[in-house]
Design a binder for this molecule. Sequence first.
Ligand code: AMP
Length: 421
Amino acid sequence: MTFDDLGLLPELRRVVREEGYTEPTPVQAQAIPLVLEGRDLLAAAQTGTGKTAAFALPILQRLKPQANSSFSPARHPVRALVLTPTRELAVQVEEATRTYGRHLPLLRLTTVYGGVPIDPQTAALRGGVEILVATPGRLLDHVGQRNVALGQVEVLVLDEADRMLDMGFLPDIRRIIELLPERRQNLLFSATFSDDIRRLSGSILRDPATVEVAPRNTTAEGVRQIVYPVDRDRKEQLLAHLIRKEDLRQVLVFTRTKIAARRLATWLERDGIAAEAIHSDRTQPERTRALEAFKRGDVRVLVATDVASRGLDIEDLPHVVNFELPFVAEDYIHRIGRTARAGAEGDAISLVCIDEVDLLRGIQRLLKRALPWAVEEGFVPDRHAEPRPVHARSSYSGGGRGASAVVGARPRAASGRGARR
Ligand code: AMP
């Protein structure tokens, strides 16, 4: 399968060539022809699967006939509306769509999201845009101020719809949908197909085609998952120890709350490990700066909450750490979906104290398998979970991460994997 087989315009085939994409990802191969046909779509695809191009390329193609150079805003109504849960994702989707549309320069696009001044966004909207990427709350603010009309939307995309539901955007989404024409195309992308997502899709989508690139509720194959049992008050030390011992770089660490994120980043900094926290209390420029420093390698550890991590434009991270397990088992899949993308390899390390054993069980039920354990020397917990953890040599054979305490050095670290970036 090549991009030439998908029925895309020369302008779009050219851009994917220039971007160096040699072949479509599975979600692109399945979704692009369906979207071009005008079908509604229910797609299970995480960030990192190439889902943005899967909807952006065919949308650009569908809008091309209306591209025009008129100065009149009325000639540039919103025709495609992409709703995203976070501003980071909105920015990322807009940038990607701008890239994919660079040989169709007459199609205008912009993004609107909260947490920044509204006026510059107002000016862009009033000038007219064909493609609008928006977070739901700020979009409704603009609608309320009559900065934008949605009566000519032809395609609606709900990106990371599961996350939008988790964040309580359902009422906003419903209000927005009431402003759209009844006849339109709907594309719903979600990392998982929960019952809530099925209900939402049942009420919005019309005879949808289903695209499922990873089997339901599974994690990427290249991710080595491992659980370290540890006492609650020794997690920071164990994390610092693992980072140093394995020379881990570009480590994305998850906490449940922003307070915990802030505290952990401060702790690591004091311990001499460059770390930044990224959470909803930080301004957009602060988050962008932290993310850029992380990407450059100036910051070794990025500590994030689940909400803040969504839409972070970081690909193929080698290491994801669950400093605390998430309360919602599906968030575990979202979190570790940040590593081992597109066939690469990655580690997902979970530091689990006794209070979290039930959460771990919930995750294992969702994954339909037990995760391997390892006990690190010097960090044997005072109180073990029941049943006692099995030492790694006997339980973990998934690719060479042997547990050091019990079985000695890790071959992967020795082969320099930790220094990949
Ligand atoms: P997304 O899932 O849309 O966030 O995309 C993840 C990353 O994959 C982005 O950085 C894209 O540039 C990249 N990408 C998208 N499609 C392809 C492709 N067909 N081949 C290689 N990389 C791609």
